[in-house]
Ligand binder design. Structure first.
Ligand code: PGA
Length: 251
């Protein structure tokens, strides 16, 4: 059974193999005594194998940032769920807003990915979140509801361990703007209510719902203190060992 509290670092397209290894080595040392929080790091594809070796036997899990919507075959440049699993990855991030907006991934593509990932034995970190005009016009709840219902609500049953949800308001990603703790709580509790309606209270109570978007040591504790916020998905601040460790410590 995994910890309900989860902190993940999404390194995006940063850090080559050498830097990934040295950053990971430092994190392993600094975080080795953390017991109450599930930690994962998502490096680029090219560092998965090396970090998979490094993280073996440690309390840090490996995650991929993306995966193919296809199983195998003639899909030049793609990486399948099974290949990711074979690197020692526990998790795969699906539906990050950068994948949705810059690479045109829609909810039906993301749903296919979620199914393939779980079939391959990976846990899915499923991202959702609205863009600024959607929040400004009061559509944010509806947008997130649609992303979840079209992305992960077509499973017959859901094992809580299979999915972690990351709410990442797109206007807060990499911008320095964060949702206020109350804005995060409001959306997280709404997300939990949707999960409960679809998969039942047992699943929704146990589900980890992470906040992401300009999380840093100075604001993490306040956001994580909210009852429906179960940790965070950290972009920029996860590239700095000190900042990432401070965020893990603020759970
Ligand atoms: P950020 O990114 O922490 O740099 O805002 C978060 C994310 O995109 O997961």
């Amino acid at each position: 059974m995994m910890n309900k509290y989860v902190i993940g670092g999404n390194w995006k397209m940063n850090l080559g193999i050498t830097q990934s290894i040295s950053t990971a080595e430092e994190m392993i040392k600094k975080l080795k005594n953390v017991k109450n929080t599930e930690i994962f790091i998502a490096p680029s594809y090219t560092s998965l194998v090396d970090l998979g070796e490094l993280f073996k036997g440690t309390n840090i899990h490996l995650a991929a940032q993306n995966m193919s919507e296809y199983d195998s075959g003639a899909y030049t440049g793609e990486v399948s769920a099974g290949m990711i699993k074979s690197t020692g990855s526990t998790y795969v991030i699906i539906g990050h807003s950068e994948r949705r907006t810059l690479f045109g991934e829609n909810n039906s593509v993301l749903s296919r990915k979620a199914h393939l990932a779980i079939e391959a034995g990976l846990k899915v970190i499923f991202c959702c979140g609205e863009v600024l005009p959607e929040r400004e016009t009061g559509k944010h709840f509806e947008v997130v509801r649609k992303q979840l219902s079209e992305g992960i609500f077509d499973f017959n049953a859901m094992a809580t361990e299979d999915i972690v949800i990351a709410y990442e308001p797109v206007w807060a990603i990499g911008t320095g703007l964060t949702a206020t703790p109350d804005q995060a709580q409001e959306m997280h509790s709404y997300i939990r209510s949707l999960i409960e309606k679809k998969y039942g209270k047992k699943v929704s109570d146990a589900m980890s719902i992470l906040y992401g978007g300009s999380c840093k040591p100075s604001n993490a504790a306040e956001i994580f203190a909210k009852p429906d916020v179960d940790g965070g998905l950290i972009g920029g601040a996860s590239l700095t060992v000190e900042d990432f460790c401070a965020i893990v410590d603020s759970v």
